[in-house]
Design a binder for this molecule. Sequence first.
Ligand code: HEC
Length: 134
Amino acid sequence: MLLKRIMKQSLSLTFSLALLTCLSLAGCAIEPRISYQRDVHPIFEEKCTGCHTPPYGEGYRQTGLDMGSYETLVQGSIYGPVIVPGNSRKSALNILVEGRAGDLSRALEIKHKPMTDREIEVLRLWVGQGALNN
Ligand code: HEC
């Protein structure tokens, strides 16, 4: 149990270091492999599911977007998918967290908790790598 936890911790440390090194080098060639379970889901748990899970989450009630699990996330909202696997530029989720939604959607952005550069980068890489349930 403990060993597993330590391994998990050192794995995520290695990962963070790799990502940081990568972020600081322009045109970094080695892209860290992102895992939904290890890297992405914890970000959603911390910053999103408070509002994006049924039945009371405000984001869920207004858009139907349930971010509690991979399966419900890829189902998207009542307006359609929020992720385009392989294309973070076009994914509504990335557009929103990267602040690319523009003036018209400023109100939408204000409702969302600010994300760190690392979190934004993890989500960008994950979607770019196919938004897998890995
Ligand atoms: C404080 C509550 C709250 C939190 C936290 C929150 N959301 Fe939302 N979210 C909302 C509300 C409310 C809406 C609908 C806003 C509107 O339509 O004006 C929304 C809408 C969205 C939409 C647009 C859905 C669509 O198809 O129009 C996406 C994508 C989204 N949220 C992603 C996220 C992500 C990713 C996170 C975590 C980083 C997050 N949200 C955290 C409340 C929240």
